[in-house]
Design a binder for this molecule. Structure first.
Ligand SMILES: [Ca+2]
Length: 548
């Protein structure tokens, strides 16, 4: 059977408009010689849940001790002005994983009583990019998108993670002693007596110890210190503090988080891989005030205003620390955002970055080489409040009848260079500036279709069809498509797949007797760098006689 080839623009690319108009700096530049980071490092992303900017010692915390995070910040790169994608869980995680802010991302709100919002097949996560290029990938902790369904497009196994262990939905993650957790496509029944953060730490340590030749990505979205303030055992050094029970236990949760981070760093060192690993530590939004926790006691937002759910700085500015023995200590004041993480990780892994992202790589800020500055940053909770920061200025627009706003809504304007606490509203003095910022905000929100990216496989007409979709900004040259697996099919070569284009090649199905794991592969060159993408076929059984 001859291979067939379709080399044409994908449907979505046609919908997405012109590539020529894209001005986004590409993350796929060749690595700087003196970058200080090894090529294709292991990557660990630790995401705290509802940890405020001011809740770690290196950002000025006085009551809660975080000696391990403080040491990490001292040895590594501490960002003073890092923002989450949203002031609450699901949209913040969507931005982190997909490189899109909440004006473009798939998930822009937490559900209010309804089902958990889902990621889709169009969402290319940082895990998918790294998995395609040969990283071993795991997500251990709270995923935060529904439904709880194996094989669903929103399941972490379908979004680039070889391994998933944890909670799928965010409400389930409120149970610190869960009755079950998901491991890949199965529910693991538990006795309700195991503290989930302990299980997560244990599995993450094992995952690091399983390091082999391939680099790895460990995404570790812990539930700490999200409410309820449940800990395992006693309150440790906070037991005798004259605070409410929830506040003592909240402090103990942060202590536990600090110890979990220490355990992961220790494991990296003991496994001998620390030198070629980059660890990012951040939080998904500002501090919570739930179930008796009072952020005022701890000054959890530092000098900033408000907390979780607000688009004031306290809701969206978060700790961000980058650590690797290969990095020199530095403090970075340039604003970066959660949607910069995907392009940064793609840059580090040398993978062509998807087109139409909102983020930029901040790799150069880790090494002192500099990185492109955002013209503006936006946060979008359509039914509550929206915000935009451009340089020193920040404008906020509340939805009608929200937060004391009247039926017309309310606009506020702050100069963050002189007023980081957002106390002096200048909207009445500078209505022109506020209007200009809000016009930019409005133009930043939309539903651009995503351009398909990556490798996919499907079984049709007695063949396994491998499709390579160039959803990046640069041509992919000398493309060779083929199969790994029980019987290596002969590769098929084409000269070039342009941005927005796809190529499909059909290969004969492996015979029933050799049924097993089949892996599609694409070898190509992008911007002078050779690439190898591999993807394991999922779904339909791989035998000729199983095809209807
Ligand atoms: Ca959160």
């Amino acid at each position: 059977m001859l291979p067939f080839v379709i080399n044409g623009p994908s449907r979505r690319a046609l919908l997405a408009g012109t590539f020529a108009s894209l001005a986004m700096p590409s993350a796929a530049q060749p690595a700087a010689a003196d970058s200080g980071l090894p090529s294709r490092p292991n990557i660990v992303v630790i995401l705290a849940d509802d940890l405020g900017w001011g809740e770690i010692g290196s950002n000025g915390q006085r009551l809660i001790r975080t000696p391990n995070l403080d040491r990490m910040a001292e040895e590594g790169v501490r960002f003073t002005t890092a923002y989450s994608g949203a002031p609450l869980c699901a949209p913040s995680r969507c931005a982190l994983l997909t490189g899109l802010h909440a004006g473009h991302g798939t998930v822009r709100e937490n559900p209010e009583g309804g089902p958990q919002f889902a990621l889709t097949d169009a969402d290319v996560t940082f895990a998918e990019l790294l998995q395609l290029s040969g990283y071993r990938t795991a997500c251990i902790g709270k995923w935060g998108f529904g439904p709880e369904l194996a094989g669903h497009a929103s399941h972490p196994n379908m979004r680039g993670f070889d391994e998933f262990f944890g909670y799928i939905g965010h409400r389930h993650a409120h149970q610190y002693f869960p009755k079950y957790l998901w491991h890949n496509g199965s529910k693991v029944q538990l006795d309700g007596k195991s503290y989930a953060p302990h299980l997560f730490r244990k599995r993450a340590i094992e995952f690091i110890k399983e390091s082999g030749e391939d680099p790895f990505l460990l995404y570790f979205p812990t539930t700490l210190p999200h409410s309820p303030s449940v800990i395992a055992g006693d309150e440790g050094r906070y037991e005798d503090m004259p605070w409410s029970g929830p506040n003592r236990r909240h402090a103990a949760q942060v202590d536990r988080l600090d110890n979990d981070v220490a355990a992961l760093l220790r494991t990296l060192r003991e496994a001998g891989v620390a030198e070629r690993t980059l660890v990012l530590f951040t939080s998904d939004n500002g501090p919570h005030r739930e179930k008796g926790v009072t952020p005022e006691l701890f000054d959890s937002n530092g000098p900033l205003r408000a907390d979780k759910r607000d688009v004031y700085e306290g809701g969206i500015r978060v700790p961000l620390i980058a650590w690797s023995p290969a990095l020199r200590p530095r403090v970075v004041k340039q604003p970066v955002a959660g949607w910069d993480v995907l392009p940064t990780l793609a840059d580090l892994a040398g993978v062509p970055v998807p087109a139409n992202l909102d983020g930029h790589s901040f790799r150069g800020l880790l090494t002192g080489d500099g990185a492109p500055k955002h013209d503006h940053l936006v946060w979008n909770r359509p039914d509550k409040a929206q915000a935009i920061r451009r340089g020193r200025w920040k404008a906020i627009r509340f939805a009608p009848n929200i937060a004391g706003a009247g039926p017309e809504g309310r606009v506020e304007l702050y100069d963050l260079s002189t007023d980081p606490g957002e106390q002096l509203d200048l909207a009445a003095d500078r209505p022109d500036l506020a209007a200009e910022l809000l016009a930019t905000l409005d133009a930043s929100i939309g539903d651009d279709p995503r351009i398909p990216y990556g490798l996919k496989t499907e079984i049709t007409d007695g063949q396994i069809v491998v499709t390579l979709q160039n959803g990046s900004t640069v041509p992919w040259n000398e493309v060779r498509l083929g199969l790994d697996g029980p019987r290596r099919a002969r590769a098929h070569t084409v000269a070039r797949v342009d941005p927005g284009m796809a190529i499909s090649v059909g290969f004969p199905l492996p015979a029933a007797r050799s049924r097993g794991r089949v892996v599609a592969r694409a070898d190509f060159e992008a911007r002078g760098r050779s690439q190898l993408f591999r993807k394991t076929h999922r779904g339909t059984p791989l035998s000729a006689d199983a095809v209807p």
